[in-house]
Design a protein around this ligand. Structure first.
Ligand code: ADP
Ligand code: MG
Length: 483
């Protein structure tokens, strides 16, 4: 258990997350208007989104399908009967004066997410529910010195609100939860998970308690938009609450904002209660009823998800759970790894993909889809190592050249003459030349200075421009020096 030490003893942090995930869909939840990110303001707004009087919402079947798929991917109950409600509140960027959401009867009920912890272990976290709702528009405060402009492009865009149980116990677990949820959504293709563009936004509910006691009063930090910020916000908020309680005060239930610049949270408003919203079923929409056969067919068509893939990688490729977890986080890296590993040494493939390749892609700032080294070329390079054409040491240079040129390794080796020298005669000549030039060192070695061995290896490799087969060099040197 990860506890926080206060002045007066240990505290446990309790966290529940409410994630708003924008559904991948060309059209909005109740209108045919487009959803593309970054369009000119107010160019993707229908009369429904702008709440013109008398306009009627029509449910977008594709969005329902995406929500159900997501529910299935979270091993959740799918409710065959669900209801859209009006959640009433005033906001300038909410032209109808209410948001169409789901309240008492959401489309998806209880599910779970398995967290991959840094030590390779796992922990299950409960999902309370997933419901469909509309996004609001956006107020633009920075376009004019004294006026606020409204952009309704986002108004009516379909969101899934995914609510977790208060099962998380540290900022690290909250981070692992978000990463895992994002990974599942991306595998399913139901949300692109792009936090910078606001496709995934997180409200963090945080409270603290003494270990073993009941839940404390929570604060909700709204709309945090990166995993790192979520973790920072939770850490700050937990310490703030501990300090208040340790000084004899009580935590006030409220909604707070995260200040990314300062790494702090500040009060935004006192917490509203559900009854403040005057929820009632939207009279313009029929309840949503799903055909069980349709749900079953969606379930049958789900892709292999990260947990199943991870288990398969551990079993089929004998990878550690931690390595498998890293490789399956993105579907594209999992596919890349499998293309390299197929018919080759999986451990070696995993090392190259997670080490040299991921390192290089990180430096270049590109995703694996845009990797200059294709899976086919990396695989071909492993074949050249396996058949002795290049040594593991030369492979580092070949890899760097592939990264730069995108060329296949065979071409690089042929053009640059990087073939490993395995010819015993050539290696022996180089060894003899080194030993003849270093008679002092040879004498020292024979007198017991064993660690000089590496020096001789280095000299021979230098003389052969790194191309001598290292195993052959080692063997020959041992024979000649000890002989
Ligand atoms: P509301 O609808 O008012 O936001 P909910 O009961 O639906 O409240 O809970 C919202 C979120 O708050 C959920 O993710 C839940 O797990 C979390 N939560 C509830 N109680 C606590 C608590 N004491 N500490 C931390 N999180 C909590
Ligand atoms: Mg809430």
């Amino acid at each position: 258990m990860s506890l926080i030490e206060g002045r007066t003893g240990s505290w446990e942090v309790v966290i529940g997350l409410e994630v708003h995930a924008q559904i991948v869909s060309a059209a909005k939840l109740f209108s045919g208007a487009a959803t593309a990110f970054g369009a000119e303001p107010n160019t993707q707004v229908s009369t429904i989104d702008a709440a013109f009087p008398g306009m009627l919402p029509v449910i977008n079947g594709h969005c329902v399908e995406q929500a159900v798929k997501t529910g299935l991917g979270l091993a959740a109950e799918i409710n065959l009967h669900s209801v859209f409600d009006r959640k009433n509140y005033f906001y300038p960027d909410l032209p109808a004066g209410y948001q169409i959401s789901q309240y008492l009867q959401p489309v998806v009920g209880r599910g779970k997410i398995v967290l991959d912890l840094p030590d390779g272990g796992v922990r299950e976290v409960g999902i309370t529910r997933l419901h469909l709702e509309q996004d609001a528009g956006k107020s633009l405060h920075d376009q004019h010195p004294s006026l606020t402009y409204l952009d309704l492009n986002r108004a009516g865009v379909a969101l899934m609100e995914i609510v977790s149980e208060p099962d998380l116990r540290s900022a690290e677990e909250a981070g692992a939860y978000l990463r895992k949820l994002r990974s599942i959504l991306r595998y399913l293709g139901t949300c692109d998970g792009n936090m910078e563009e606001g496709s995934l936004r997180c409200d963090c509910n945080v409270s603290v308690r003494r270990p073993g006691e009941g839940y404390g009063t929570r604060c909700e930090i709204k709309n945090v938009n990166s995993v790192r910020y979520v973790m920072q916000a939770i850490d700050y908020e937990a310490r703030r609450q501990i300090e208040i309680i340790e000084e004899g005060g009580t935590v006030r239930q409220e909604t707070r904002l995260f200040d990314a610049g300062r790494g702090t949270t500040r009060s935004m408003r006192s917490k509203e209660e559900a009854h403040d919203y005057r929820y009632f079923p939207d009279p313009d929409l029929l309840p949503l009823t799903l055909d069980p056969a349709w749900v079953a067919s969606l379930k049958a068509s789900l892709p292999e998800l990260p947990d199943a893939k991870k288990a398969r990688f551990v079993a089929a490729y004998a990878l550690s759970p931690a390595d498998a977890g890293i490789l399956v986080a993105e579907r594209a890296s999992a596919d890349y790894f499998e293309a390299v590993a197929r018919g080759r040494d999986p451990k070696q493939a995993a090392n190259w993909v997670m080490g040299d390749l991921f390192g290089a892609l990180n430096r270049l700032g590109v995703g694996i889809e845009a990797s200059p080294v294709s899976a086919e070329n990396l695989g071909a390079m492993l074949d050249l190592i396996a058949d002795g054409t290049i040594s593991g040491r030369l492979a580092k240079d070949v890899f760097a050249a592939m990264l730069e040129s995108g060329d296949p390794p065979g071409k690089i080796v042929a053009e640059r003459g990087w073939k490993q020298v395995t010819d015993a005669g050539a290696i022996e000549a180089a060894v003899d030349a080194v030993l003849a030039a270093q008679t002092d060192k040879v004498a020292e070695f024979r007198a017991g200075k064993e660690k000089l061995f590496g020096f001789f290896v280095g000299q021979v490799m230098k003389a052969t421009e790194g191309k001598a087969n290292p195993a052959a060099v080692n063997e020959l040197l041992r024979k000649k020096l000890n002989g």
